[in-house]
Design a protein around this ligand. Structure first.
Ligand code: FES
Length: 258
């Protein structure tokens, strides 16, 4: 933990700021029993997949983010084994890999359930009901933020804005959107997950487990049916529709003067 002090008030009074991770954030990748290395079989399989991913980039260091998803798909979180694997494949140190992995909240620091349920509690979703939904799910599931149900089915998390504010309040399951949620619909959603009969997302492909989701995010093949579920919804296109109804057009760009 670091600290900073200085006269920021202009009054001569020194102000002391203690800096460090948010109090709710787990420490670095320290989980008792976490794998320190992979078995030869797993190592060989991951190396084949890593090679395919690395081959897509002119600079192999650019493959770090997808490789972190790849090892997260193996362990459900970032483990010492995963950090070491990424480092060895990319010619980096474990410290360099860890520095990147801790920057992004999509890389998990502890074991993750089959479904990562993220409730957006950023400003717009919060006032539209996200805070109430998060409180409801904590109560309903009997777990707190970043905790997993005893049956291993659900990890609950409050998340930041997922750029779906026009569908607020939004709940994401394994990064698929469930739009315009209510406390009741969110309860029904997690019940469907625990029953092994997951509801379909409002937009996007059918749900798969968290590890498989991580492998898809790594860039490996997505076997889920694509029936055109994605794309912009009516709320996102509302402004465009109104503009068309009123014959509005964007001004043309000025001629390039250079
Ligand atoms: S505030 Fe929730 S998606 Fe933007």
């Amino acid at each position: 933990m670091t600290a900073s002090s200085g006269d920021v008030s202009g009054s001569g009074e020194r102000v002391f700021l203690r800096l460090g991770p948010p109090p709710e954030e787990p420490n670095q990748f320290v989980v008792e029993g976490a794998p320190q290395s992979y078995s030869p079989d797993v190592q060989a399989r991951l190396e084949v997949e890593a090679k395919e991913i690395i081959g897509r980039y002119p600079n192999k260091g650019s493959a770090l983010l997808p490789l972190l998803h790849l090892v997260q798909g193996e362990d459900s979180y970032i483990t010492p084994a995963g950090l070491e694997f990424c480092a060895s494949q990319l010619g980096l140190t474990s410290a360099q890999v860890s520095a990147v992995a801790t920057f992004y909240t999509m890389y998990r620091r502890g074991p993750t359930g089959e479904y990562l349920v993220g409730v957006c509690t950023n400003t717009l979703c919060a006032v539209m009901g996200g805070d109430a939904i998060f409180a409801e799910l904590k109560e309903h599931l009997g777990i707190g933020n970043d905790q997993t149900t005893d049956d291993g089915s659900i990890t609950l998390q409050h998340i930041e804005c997922n750029a779906a504010c026009d569908f607020a309040p939004v709940v994401m399951v394994n990064w698929e959107f469930f739009d315009n949620q209510t406390c009741e619909s969110a309860r029904e959603l997690v019940d469907s997950l625990r029953a092994g009969k997951p509801k379909d997302p409002t937009r996007g492909a059918p749900l798969c487990g968290f590890r498989q989701t991580s492998r898809i995010l790594a860039g490996l093949r997505d076997e889920r049916p694509d029936q055109g579920q994605g794309g912009a919804g009516a709320a996102t296109l509302a402004g465009l529709r109104v503009a068309k109804e009123h014959g509005m057009e964007a001004p043309t760009a000025p001629e390039d003067q250079s």
